[in-house]
Structure formats: C-alpha cells, structure tokens
Design a protein around this ligand. Structure first.
Ligand code: HEM
Length: 479
C-alpha cells in the first residue's frame, strides 16, 4: 500500500444499472461472448441447484470440486458462474493475479445501493487510493482505542445476561456488535434516540434486504423490501451527513472514532475525502464489520458448548494471564495463544465472509482451463477450508491444528478467512480484538451450555450465521 500515489486524480467508479432486466441481458451477452471458453461443470439450467446454492452450498461445491477439480462452472439461475477452490486458487485470485478481477461488477453488486462506493465495492486506483488514506485508522493504536468502547459495551451486555436462563446468543451478540460499531465507528451514543439508536435500527432494517430470497429483492413497489431499504438508507444518510458536518465544523483531535479519523484523514498531497466518500466508507465498515464479528463469536460459543475441554483450557489460560482483570489488546494479541487457535479454528469451520465475489475483466488460464472475460467468479474460503487433503478431518473442531508451527506449514492460500492481497480485510485486527475481548470477558464470568437435542443449521446470506439464531443456557462459571 505504501507505493500508492494518492496525489494522482482518480475517476469515480462507473454507476451500475439497478434495472434487473438490463442486468440479465448483459449477463447473457457476456456468456455468449465467452462461449466455448468456460471451465467444465454442471451447466444445464436447474432450479434444484440454484436453490441449493442459496440454502446449502457447501456439499454442492465440494462435490463439484471432486468431479472437476479446483476450477469449475455451475449454472445458477441464468448465469454460468465459475468457482475456484483450494489453496492455489485462493492465492491466484487474491494475491497472484487480482488484476484479472473486479469486485464492483460481481454478483454482490447489489450492495452498492446501500454502501455506495466504499472499499468493498470499488476497484483499481480508486480502491487503492481510498485504502491508503484509510489504513492509519486501523493501525494497532487505533484498535486499542476502539477496545475501550468494546470493553464498556461488553461489560454492560454481559451484566445483563441472566444466569440460569436460555438466551439467543446470536441476537445478544448482534446487539452488542451494533452498539460497539455505533461508538467505535460512528462515535455515537447507542442509547441516544434520533441518533445512535435510530442509526442502529435503520442499519439493521436496511441489511434485512440482503437476507431475503433473490426473487423478492427484485420487487420495487410500495411496501416492498427495496422500498424499506431505500427509506432506511435515507434516514442513515441524514444521521451520518449531519455527523460529518458537525465534525468538520468543530474538529476535535480528542475524538478517536473512525468517522472522526476519516474526516481528518489526508492523502499524500493533503487531499481529503469528500463527505460522500466518508459516508460510503463508514457504511461499508458497518456492513463488513457487524455481521462478521457477530457470527464469529456465536460460532465460537457453539463449538465451546460442545467441547468442554477447549473451554477448560481457555479458562486456564485466561486465569493465568489475566488473573480476573480485563484483557488489554496486547494481551489478547500476544499472550493468549490458545484463544488464538480457537478463533482460527472457528474461522476455518465458519468463515462468515465465506465467498469472495468477483467479475473477470481479463481472460486468464488456471489449472488448464480458460476463464473468459465477463464471467462471474467466486473464490470460497468455506469450501476451501473443508478440503481433507489440506485440513485432515475437516469437520472436526481441532484448535491444535493452528498451533504456531502447524499454521506456518499450511500451503499459501489454504486459510483465507480474511481474504488476501490488496483486498485483505482492513478490519482484521479490529474484528479479532472484538471477538477475543467479548469471548474472554464472557468466559471470565459465565458458562454457556448447548441445549440437548438441538442442532444448528447455517444460513449464508449475506454472511454465514446460525439459521434462526442460537439458543444456549447461561450459567455462572463456578456453578
Ligand atoms: C471476524 C471478523 C471479520 C471477518 C472474518 C472478515 C472477513 C473479510 C474478508 C474475507 C474480506 C475480503 C473479501 C473479498 O476478498 O472479497 C474482508 C474485507 C473487508 N473487511 Fe472484513 N472481516 C471481519 C471484520 C471486519 C471488520 C470489524 C471491519 C471494519 C470495521 C471489516 C471491514 C472490511 C472491509 C472494509 C473490507 C474490504 C477491504 C478491501 O476491499 O480493501 N471487516 N473482510
């Protein structure tokens, strides 16, 4: 990133048509143009396959990998979509040849109406310049400041957990992660009606649009999910633009929330983000950082509920290192290696951002196959993390496989819960600190038990989460 010239003028990314018919037409045209040059696969039209990819994609992808190898095509709805799985494929897409791909024209382009032109949905120079300006806001010292907000909110949320009762830990963490985001990203008080509380409510409401079936997302009439998204976006815009104006009118170097940092951030030639750029970046951060941390903590509690020995080792480690005190970010990062392996293993089994959506902008070859320009393409951490030749006993929860030397011996591209290369998750340290901090504080006081006879199924849109939440019994740690 250090080599990016942030002084050079960069063009705004092109608008994408929101008209579904125009998109389908464009997709068919792109496929026709690339005919004869797609990797092999299951390319007949199939409702069953389209339904399965939206509801239970893992077996489908692993089966296709066995039959076709690391690069294959599947027809989903009207489109022939290319998947690339496994260490080499992940490395090729994220690190080796990112110049072959765009994110903006990917199948996740639907996010643009909410997120605008934030880091996730832009490419090339526009992306690299914005990322270079934003990086300092995610350095270790800034995450340490955010950890103060995380601690305040975690203490409050844990105190409200009733021992002896059953709670939906997914819902609980979702609330907590949203409150942390309000404070640490937007600098808002999550209890202030009209601001923090309203922003949280409308952000959740807008996100709801991306959790519903594709067909419903195409509706545009009054009362449709689309209209709800647009209405909530308007309220969010009002709140965020007012906050930007306030920060600009009364700059306060004491404010360390990310919105304030972005208002003061400068590129190499002293240029600053416009109000609209800041708005788009913070919306993107809210989107990318909220569901991911929520799901990671929930899946961690799920696995710990099933593995008392791992919980015992975590207790032993935290008692030894912390002696009952609140952990510092440095302790979480450097002094609690078992916690690190548990988090790594949870993110292997359940990487919340399970798919890396791209559009091919330059024809290329991989694994003996051509992939034509215009193809929709995804790399997939979830399926890649379940390949038995890379992770033996892939279904089993074995934190020890991430002990330092064993992790270092993994092939490059094997483990990609945070992506890689120039688009690697900018909030990686923030997210890791949040999950570790909340988990540690929770386990210092409480024990969460799985309910007998309950199985968890996974929903994967837009990120992996337990379908219908995750109910667990709360007990005092010592009981
Ligand atoms: C456990 C938590 C998290 C996980 C597993 C995760 C995972 C990921 C992954 C896999 C990507 C790359 C996607 C791709 O290649 O298409 C990504 C990108 C991104 N993440 Fe995260 N993320 C997490 C937390 C966060 C947090 C807390 C924030 C912000 C506060 C954040 C902000 C972003 C942004 C802005 C990008 C786009 C980066 C770019 O394209 O330059 N993430 N994340």
């Amino acid at each position: 990133m250090a080599t990016v010239d942030t002084t050079a003028p960069v063009a705004r990314p092109p608008e994408r048509s929101g008209n579904p018919l125009r998109r389908v037409g464009g997709d068919l045209w792109d496929e026709w143009r690339g005919r004869g040059r797609f990797p092999p696969g299951d390319t007949d039209f199939s409702w069953a396959r389209t339904h399965q990819i939206a509801h239970d994609p893992l077996p489908l992808l692993l089966d296709a990998y066995e039959r076709y190898g690391p690069v294959f095509s599947l027809r989903l709805l009207h489109s022939r979509v290319v998947f690339m799985l496994g260490p080499e494929a992940n490395h090729f897409v994220t690190v080796g040849h990112p110049e072959n791909f765009h994110w903006r024209e990917s199948s996740f382009g639907d996010l643009i109406p909410l997120l605008g032109d934030g880091l996730l949905t832009v490419d090339e120079d526009y992306h690299d310049r914005a990322r270079a300006i934003m990086m300092p806001a995610f350095h270790r010292e800034q995450v340490a400041v955010a950890a103060e907000a995380m601690t305040i909110e975690a203490d409050r949320a844990i105190a409200a957990l009733p021992a002896g009762e059953v709670v939906d830990v997914y819902e609980w963490m979702r609330n907590l992660a949203m409150r942390i985001a309000m404070r640490a990203l937007l600098g808002l008080d999550p209890d202030e009606a009209g601001k923090g509380a309203a922003a949280a409510h409308h952000f959740e409401r807008a996100l709801g649009y991306y959790g519903i079936d594709f067909g419903l997302r195409l509706l545009r009439g009054p009362g449709s999910p689309w209209r709800r998204l647009v209405a909530s976006r308007e309220v969010l815009d009002e709140i965020v633009f007012a906050e930007i104006a306030r920060r600009r009118a009364q700059p306060d170097p004491g404010r360390r929330d990310i919105l304030s940092l972005l208002c003061g951030a400068r590129g190499a030639a002293g240029e600053e983000f416009s109000d609209r750029e800041i708005r788009d970046q913070v919306m993107t951060l809210m989107f990318a950082g909220h569901d991911t941390s929520t799901s990671t903590l929930t899946f961690m509690l799920h696995e710990l509920g099933r593995h008392p020995e791992a919980t015992r080792r975590l207790h032993e480690e935290q008692d030894r290192v912390l002696g009952g005190e609140t952990p510092t970010p440095q302790q979480l990062e450097r002094e609690m290696p078992y916690l690190e392996t548990v988090l790594d293993e949870v993110l292997r089994l359940y990487p919340p951002a399970w798919i890396g959506p791209r559009r091919v902008i330059r024809e290329f070859e991989f694994g003996g196959c051509t992939v034509p320009r215009g193809a929709y393409l995804n790399y997939c951490s979830w399926a890649s993390h379940r390949l038995p030749e890379v992770f033996p006993q892939p279904e089993a929860f074995i934190p020890e496989r991430f002990a330092r030397e064993r992790k270092a011996a993994l092939p490059r591209g094997a483990y990609v819960p945070f992506g890689g290369g120039s688009r690697i998750c900018i909030g990686k340290r923030f997210g890791q600190t949040e999950v570790k901090l909340v988990a540690t504080k929770l386990l210092q006081r409480l024990r969460l038990e799985s309910l007998p006879g309950r199985t968890m199924t996974i929903r994967q849109m837009p990120t992996l989460s337990p379908r219908g939440g995750l109910r667990m019994r709360v007990e005092d740690r010592t009981s």
